[in-house]
Design a protein around this ligand. Structure first.
Ligand code: B1M
Length: 652
């Protein structure tokens, strides 16, 4: 008789199976609720796969190890350079003998220093009780290995002299003892799909990566070339291994891994790894949990066999029907249920309606595994997980009947809460072309091209010609950054372009600033900003910071995981015009309300406007928690702040 594993594998391979497979991913939910003591009462104290077995669900075993246990921490100690020693890894990595390693722990921080013969590099991870309560299953890197161009040599040495030795024993033991035949064991390859992506994901601060990629492209390429033999070796081991499915690459997103970059730096490696694994009868699975609108053709063209954690509208812009229509002839989709619909914020009726449409959206159902994407969140209503299982059982016989094919999410294509007016073009008198605008052409071009050195010369030249600083700012710099921002909002420009333009803008403002002050110009405003406590996502927040700085705001960036008291202290100290709060998790967005309450309790609420943003945040939510404004993206955040400044009474 076919086991669960046989059927799941067949479904993943795109072979005929008699029904849809339901494979929720429980690790985050399980960890957070075990720690909080809030697992459903009959499952108190039970392991995540025991729960899945008891419910009759297929197992998808990702780890939820106790990372506060020092013994377990050892498996993650080199997480800062992207290496794990967990049971799903099929090799041991052997670090060069002449590299001294120093590990220091302080509070939740683990700092690892690598002293190589050509220099010393270090990275710091963070994991504490609160991370565990949130269900976070791997330590987060908070200080990256490469901090300056000087660090490339030591990083290169480390990777070039490292070795990988096959070790199938712990994987085989894990499969035999824990997973058995109740699901598919996915072996862990690299989280980066290619050496360059590995540098981006693990070795550099995510925002700095784009600057390094532009400014130190040769160094990035050289480091990638030094990492490449390790990737080749890992791939060879994985090809020879007992694994049927290999996880290769994670967290694609059309902003982060924007289309031309994905095509140049990631696709060739995914193609190569898929081909090599495919020839050995294995599947390459990639974690595709991000916004894929701009990657809809590139992902299937990359040759990957399975796109896992596919997270459709309303959490992203693409509905499930479109995903299935455009991808299922070339790869297997796994996911399809956005995690927000199993949360109490979604009504029972909307939850059921989503499931009604799901079966139509993925008809006839081949090459589809139903899962919650990216995974089951801590606050999930357990009975909804069961309900999905029941409906898949009842209605999931294949081939699914093609119904009236009402595409899932068609009405929800726009992201939740894409606020009215907030994304409207930034249009004011300054951006309009004037006949004499030609004199600002060099400044504008330099900003648009991100030339942060050249732009200073162009600004200085205009000042020398006697052009007033205010006009250079308005007609040169701000006009240019507005144009870049609009291109980004229209999907024609990508993160790096915006970051580089904003950096050029900042450099130019440095030259202009003394002249603006002499002219008694009005200051552009001050903002304190941070990602709320429990949330470590900072790429979007950093983009807001860079744009704000770019247009001349004075920014106090408190970083990530910021406690509410720290926000209040900073507001009391800096007296900003705005407090900016960012959150990317449905579990942490409620913390924004707590920050606002804390401001009220300290008598600081009236002193500044509170602006909120982040993927799950919406205009309605902002109103509900008493924020003053919401911006769906960095461009809108600047526009909103500018609007508030224009409305504000002139300061004495
Ligand atoms: Co995470 N992650 N992640 N993650 N991650 C999401 C957010 C998720 C939606 C993925 C999914 O389910 N499809 C999901 C959250 C689900 C939910 O709660 N609804 C998720 C999860 C579950 C997790 C973990 C819990 C996973 C785990 O541990 N098992 C974990 C949580 C860690 C923690 O924070 N406690 C985690 C970890 C990570 C990585 C470390 C791997 C990495 C973060 C790296 C970093 O930030 N330094 C990561 C990434 C990259 C993502 C996705 C793929 C991309 C996020 C991103 O940077 N987008 C994301 C998927 C998604 O969003 N669809 C996902 C690009 C960025 C430019 O956009 O951040 O939206 P965004 O910012 C925009 C706007 O939102 C806005 O402007 C920005 C620029 O235009 N904006 C503001 C943002 N802040 C603003 C503030 C403002 C105004 C506008 O005013 C103040």
């Amino acid at each position: 008789m076919a086991t669960r594993k046989d059927v799941m594998l067949a479904a993943l391979r795109g072979e005929e199976v008699d029904r849809l497979q339901y494979v929720p991913r429980l690790d985050l939910w399980w960890l957070a609720n075990s720690v909080a003591g809030t697992l459903p009462p009959r499952y108190a104290g039970r392991a995540q796969n025991e729960i899945a077995r008891a419910e009759g669900w297929n197992l998808y075993f990702r780890f939820a190890d106790d990372l506060l246990d020092p013994e377990t921490q050892r498996m993650y100690v080199h997480r800062g350079i992207g290496l794990f020693a967990t049971r799903d890894v099929l090799y041991d990595f052997v670090l060069p003998r002449d590299v001294e390693i120093d590990v220091r722990r302080e509070g939740g921080r683990i700092r690892v220093e690598y002293r190589t013969p050509v220099g010393t590099v270090d990275s710091t991870m963070f994991y504490d009780r609160s991370s565990q309560r949130l269900g976070i299953t791997s330590p987060m890197v908070v200080d990256h290995l490469i901090k300056s161009p000087d660090d490339y040599a030591a990083a290169g040495y480390l990777f070039e002299h490292m070795d990988l030795v096959p070790n199938f024993t712990r994987f085989e033991r894990w499969v035999r003892d824990e997973l058995r035949d109740d699901g598919v064991a996915v072996a862990q390859g690299f989280m980066g799909a290619s050496p360059v992506h590995q540098i981006q994901r693990d070795l550099l601060d995510p925002t700095q990566f784009y600057f390094h990629y532009k400014d130190h492209g040769a160094k990035v390429a050289e480091l990638a070339a030094r990492i490449e033999p390790l990737f080749d070796k890992a791939l060879a081991i994985l090809c020879d291994s007992p694994a049927d499915v290999v996880w290769w690459g994670a967290n694609y997103d059309d902003m982060l891994t924007y289309p031309p970059y994905f095509e140049k730096e990631l696709s060739p490696w995914i193609r190569k790894a898929s081909r090599a694994l495919g020839e050995r009868g294995k599947l390459l699975l990639s974690h595709c949990d991000g916004e894929n609108e701009g990657l809809m053709d590139l992902i299937p063209e990359s040759g990957m066999h399975v796109a896992e954690s596919v997270c459709p509208a309303p959490m992203t812009r693409i509905g499930l029907a479109e995903y299935y229509r455009r991808w299922s002839d070339r790869l297997t989709l796994w996911g399809g249920i956005p995690s927000t619909i199993v949360l109490p914020e979604t009504s029972d009726a909307d939850f059921e309606a989503y499931l009604d449409r799901l079966f139509e959206a993925v008809a006839p159902g081949r090459r589809m595994l139903v899962g919650i994407a990216d995974q089951v969140p801590p606050g999930a209503i357990f009975s909804r997980l069961q309900r999905i299982g029941e409906r898949v059982e009842k209605e999931g016989a294949l081939p699914l009947r093609v119904g009236a094919a009402r595409p899932v999410g068609a009405a929800e294509l726009s992201r939740v809460g894409q606020g009215a007016g907030a994304a409207a073009p930034v249009e004011d008198a300054r951006t309009r072309e004037e006949p004499d605008d030609a004199i600002y052409a060099d400044v504008r071009l330099a900003v648009a091209k991100g030339k942060h050195v050249a732009v200073k010369d162009h600004v200085a030249a205009l000042l020398e010609r006697g052009v007033p600083a205010r006009l250079i700012l308005d007609r040169g710099l701000i006009a240019a950054i507005d144009a870049v921002g609009k291109r980004m909002a229209a999907g024609q420009a990508f993160i790096p372009e915006v970051l580089l333009a904003a950096r050029a803008m900042s450099a130019a403002i440095g030259v202009l600033e003394p002249h603006l002050a002499v002219g008694g110009e009005q200051r552009r405003g001050r903002i304190v900003i941070g990602t709320v406590t429990g949330d470590l996502h900072d790429i979007g927040k950093n983009l807001v910071v860079t744009m704000m700085r770019g247009v001349g705001f004075e920014v106090f960036d408190l970083g990530v995981n910021v406690p509410r008291e720290a926000f209040c202290d900073a507001v009391a100290e800096h007296r900003p015009d705005f407090l900016g709060l960012s959150a990317l998790l449905t579990t942490t967005m409620m913390e924004m309300r707590e920050v606002i309450r804390a401001l009220e309790a300290r008598g600081l609420r009236a002193s500044c406007k509170v602006i909120v943003g982040g993927a799950p945040v919406s205009e309605a939510f902002a109103r509900q928690i008493g924020a003053d404004g919401f911006a769906p993206d960095a461009v809108a955040a600047v526009a909103l702040a500018n609007r508030f400044m224009a409305d504000a009474p002139v300061q004495a």
